[in-house]
Design a protein around this ligand. Structure first.
Ligand code: HEC
Ligand code: HEC
Length: 375
């Protein structure tokens, strides 16, 4: 029997209803409205999350954190740039900040673990410095709360730069070109350690990426994300559950969680606990900001995973609960997998879309030519 026109219409209507919202055109419509009207993020009950956002185009935080007239500020950043690239700050005279935060390598170093003074290996993966000026707590365990404090810690860390402040000051004072740079930056040629870290922090604060395709999309440019990337954004906010922890303009909640990446008594496994001494912070690490994640492999505090496919596979299976070793069994602090982590059941197509979205979060900053070192 031939179906009547009406039946055909019903069939077609049912067909349209069956088209999942993941279909490109529908998704486009869902995301063409102000963010308040986007599909609600899928987050755990009671978990308050900050909406995703573009970074402000002018890095205004640089001015407020770094008072001074604009000409002094400019000179201070120039000085900071020279210091960032200059191994004169290290005990051996061979390591600069740029050794482990290389502009060619996403301002990180592409290694699982960085190596520093006397080629000693640390236990942590070097994060990018891009957008670090926006972070409230620095380092994987958040132990530094300003870039100045952070720079001082890196310079004096015996396995990083192993620098000795009085010796560094003496060395810089002996270089006429540096005395001139300090004069331009601070009004007089005096070299002291606070000025050194202030200048470096000023330079780091300026390393921002605020015009990624993600930022453009968040500012309303629909053409900034293609259909696959848009699907990835949707999954990031919903079925992928990433928004539970990666949210706001930096795609981090600034909190600390345990995913199973830290193994009892292996490497740096205490994480945030070393700062707070709270049992619930044991083996918890700061939610990594995801901007420029395309160029900062390997991933996690210990460089455990080589590429984004591995990272997504781990999330898809719901990470893991580590089994305690003999000693771990006796330790009341032994970490439990974050309850915010669950298996996701994403298929290959969805994983690829999620990855495509992560790649829109930036691919590093325009190349920065190191200045000729003042000598
Ligand atoms: C030997 C390699 C090495 C050197 C040299 C080095 N860093 Fe780092 N940097 C790291 C590692 C590893 C971390 C993560 C350490 C941690 O979390 O405890 C880090 C963390 C940082 C962070 C924090 C980023 C974040 O997301 O929290 C900033 C900013 C930074 N370094 C800037 C600098 C500056 C400025 C200098 C020079 C004064 C410097 N680093 C020298 C390896 C290095
Ligand atoms: C429970 C909170 C939580 C959830 C949910 C979560 N993450 Fe993470 N993410 C973290 C933490 C914490 C780290 C750092 C862990 C470490 O270093 O041991 C991290 C690290 C990462 C990294 C590595 C970044 C780097 O620079 O090393 C990527 C990529 C990432 N997450 C992507 C995602 C994606 C995609 C999702 C959703 C599928 C997601 N995350 C869900 C907390 C979370």
């Amino acid at each position: 029997m031939r179906p009547s026109r009406f039946a055909l219409y019903l069939l077609l209507a049912a067909g349209t209803a069956l088209v999942s919202p993941a279909q490109a055109t529908d998704l486009r419509a869902l995301y063409s409205v102000p963010q308040e009207q986007w599909p609600a993020p899928i987050v755990a009950p009671g978990n308050q999350v900050t909406p995703l956002a573009a970074l402000p185009e002018n890095a205004t935080h640089t001015e407020s954190a770094d008072p001074g007239t604009s000409s002094l500020l400019k000179a201070r950043r120039e000085l900071g740039k020279s210091l960032f690239f200059d191994p004169v700050l290290s005990g051996s005279g061979q390591h600069a900040c740029a050794s482990c935060h290389d502009p060619d390598l996403g301002w990180a170093d592409g290694r699982r673990f960085s190596f520093g003074h006397n080629r000693q290996q640390g236990q942590l993966n070097s994060p990018t410095i891009l957008n670090a000026g926006y972070l409230k707590e620095l380092f994987w365990d958040g132990r530094a709360i300003s870039l100045e404090e952070q720079a001082a810690a890196s310079i004096t860390n015996p396995i990083e730069m192993a620098g000795n402040p009085p010796e560094i000051i003496e060395r810089l004072q002996a270089i006429e070109a540096y005395r001139q740079l300090f004069e331009k930056a601070f009004g007089d040629p005096e070299v002291d350690f606070d000025r050194i870290t202030a200048a470096i922090a000023g330079f780091v604060r300026q390393r921002t990426t605020t015009a990624t395709r993600f930022d453009r999309f968040m500012r309303g440019d629909q053409s900034a994300l293609n259909d696959q990337e848009l699907q990835g954004l949707h999954l990031f906010r919903t079925k992928g559950r990433c928004m539970n922890c990666h949210n706001g303009a930096l795609l981090t909640d600034g909190k600390y969680h345990h995913l199973g990446t830290a193994f009892y008594e292996v490497g740096n496994y205490t994480g945030r606990y070393s700062v707070t001494k709270k049992n619930e912070d044991f083996s918890a690490f700061r939610t990594a900001p995801l901007r420029n994640v395309a160029v900062t492999a390997p991933y996690m505090h210990n460089g455990l995973l080589a590429d984004l496919d591995h990272v997504l596979a781990a999330y898809n299976m719901g990470w893991w609960q580590n089994q305690p070793t003999e000693l771990g069994r006796q330790d009341p602090r032994f970490a439990q997998l974050s309850p915010l982590i669950q298996p996701l059941n994403l298929d290959q197509q969805e994983l690829q879309a999620l990855k495509a979205f992560l790649l829109t979060l930036g691919r590093g900053a325009p190349y920065t030519t190191p200045t000729e070192l003042p000598r």
